[in-house]
Design a protein around this ligand. Structure first.
Ligand SMILES: C[S@@+](CC[C@H](N)C(=O)[O-])C[C@H]1O[C@@H](n2cnc3c(N)ncnc32)[C@H](O)[C@@H]1O
Length: 265
């Protein structure tokens, strides 16, 4: 398999277990829908939609929503979420780096903690902008490198074997200077907001376990280390828990993030 396909197969396998973490991304989904100003009648694409928390929230507002994700197990949960909420959504298994849609097909393109995992940021954002109509809204939520999730991804990367091809860290999408540079002159009127997501956890170890079981790259690392190097795994877990401790209070893990909104030229 070529390294790009190998990387994406790894992503697809890793994210298959993400569904329980939708408990933490459901409230941010409503914030992103509000921030993007999604309205009834708009054609909206939710990229890397996972279990469809953003897509379903937008559809409940009356938008005509399409959801796309790499991982079939999550799309199965997304379909079930749409059935329960009694909304109709056009689901697609696919890759943000190769969107199966016509240019200018959507009034809004959104992604919550999703497109950041594409290995080629320029290709991913190029596709998201391509399928957006001129004057349409681009909006996404990302993890800044200096806050909990960003620091956790950086910590994890230090323990992982090198990926099959050089991939920029997903947390670069949480740096406003990088976001501006990557959006370039394809868009105007860039606006940022810095909300905090609250993940409920009974203890610091509960949060660590939830992440280990359900978040793609971390799950893969823990599986590898538990077989190959238990001592290194124990060190990683200590460092991860020390990180979480900085953000844990009242049984809530406070996870600051960045929202970006812009208008396509
Ligand atoms: C952290 S989850 C976020 C899911 C959802 N947007 C949410 O907020 O709950 C990351 C998602 O990105 C998807 N993903 C990763 N790489 C992708 C790619 N190249 N194209 C499409 N989806 C991708 C994964 O399958 C997973 O559903």
């Amino acid at each position: 398999m070529d390294p790009l396909a190998q990387f994406k197969a790894g992503q697809r396998a890793g994210w298959a277990h993400f569904a329980p973490l939708q408990a933490g991304t459901t409230v941010p989904a409503a914030r992103l829908v509000q921030f993007a100003g999604l309205q009834s009648g708009q054609r909206v694409l939710d990229v890397a939609c996972g279990t469809g928390v953003v897509a379903v929230t937008a559809a409940r507002r009356g938008a005509a929503v399409t959801g796309l994700d790499l991982t079939p197990e999550l799309l199965a949960v997304a379909r079930e979420n749409a059935r329960i909420a009694a909304v109709d959504i056009d689901w697609h298994e696919g890759d943000v780096e190769e969107l199966p849609f016509a240019s200018a097909a959507f009034d809004a393109v959104v992604s919550q903690f999703g497109h950041i995992f594409a290995p080629r940021p320029a290709v991913a954002i190029g596709e998201m902008v391509r399928v957006l109509k001129p004057g349409g809204t681009l909006a996404f939520s990302t993890w800044p490198p200096e806050l909990l999730v960003g620091r956790m991804f950086t910590l994890t990367a230090g323990y992982m074997p090198p990926p099959p091809l050089p991939v920029p860290s997903p947390v670069l999408w949480g740096d406003v200077a990088v976001v501006r540079e990557r959006l370039g002159d394809a868009v105007r009127d860039i606006v940022f907001e810095r909300p905090t997501a609250q993940f409920v956890a009974l203890s610091i170890a509960h949060q660590r376990e939830a992440v280990e079981h359900n978040a793609g790259p971390i799950r893969a690392l823990v599986e590898t280390l538990s077989a190959a190097d238990p001592e290194r795994l124990a060190r990683y877990r200590r460092e991860h828990e020390a990180l979480i401790a900085d953000y844990f209070a009242d049984n809530i893990v406070h996870q600051g993030y960045l929202m970006t909104r812009a208008v396509k030229r």
